[in-house]
Ligand binder design. Sequence first.
Ligand SMILES: [Zn+2]
Length: 280
Amino acid sequence: MIVDLHTHFLDDAQHLTPRMRDDLARCGMDPHAYRFTEEEYLEGTRAADRAVVFGIRGGKTGWQVENGFVSSFVKRNPKYIYFASIDPTENDYMDQLAYEHEVNHCKGVKLGPVYQGVHPLAPEYYRIFAYCQRHRLPIITHMATTFSSGVPLEYARPVHMDQAVCDFPELKIVIAHLGHPWIEECVAAIRHQPNLYADLSALYYRPYQFYQAMTLVKEYGVSGKVFFGSDFPATTTAGSIQGIRRMNDLVQGTAFPRFPEELLEEIINRDSLSILEIEG
Ligand SMILES: [Zn+2]
């Protein structure tokens, strides 16, 4: 079974603010990178048997995808698993969390302190962590760099999640994108803490960094804690699988070690939903 643990759903026309387009353009990215139809989303994630889907709410950096937009899509498409995005700068964020959990039945929560402009260990997040631990909701959090400007990158450092699970030991947290560029920090943290995991989404198209990242994953013995994800629309599920399988092309004909193909296949086929106690 292939689980794509990291996909975005939004409507570019409604949800992409000028601020986000400016940030994308400034970083040399396509300002229309998030323009896709529902049909294109379905097609882009077709290679997954199941896929986790979320919007991002981060008022500080212009991200304002409504949770209802995502949850209503999931109600029509049961292959997908809904995670609610909660922005602690919104006054009613704890009510929103309870509503998305009790009424819209989110299976987890998506956070992104570097989009939300709140320190990842601030009391607001601790309230969210406490709720998620109590209700056994896993968290996927963007602890990695981003094109969105205006929030200190310190808020994106993966090592903060090491502290978070010291304080909430039953809470399962997935650090998105292997914490790039702080991959060593992410690998150390997921090795250190039983309930910390990482996804490898949106990495394969920086082939040198990806090879180096996965070599660290192997050398520290943490490949069992790495989950597959695509970060659609950054890439499709099928494109990610193909890119990951081609990882060793970089070192073909050199003395650098190949990443074991069987470990790559284990990651691609890992049942992250069972491990995160979402299903199964
Ligand atoms: Zn993402």
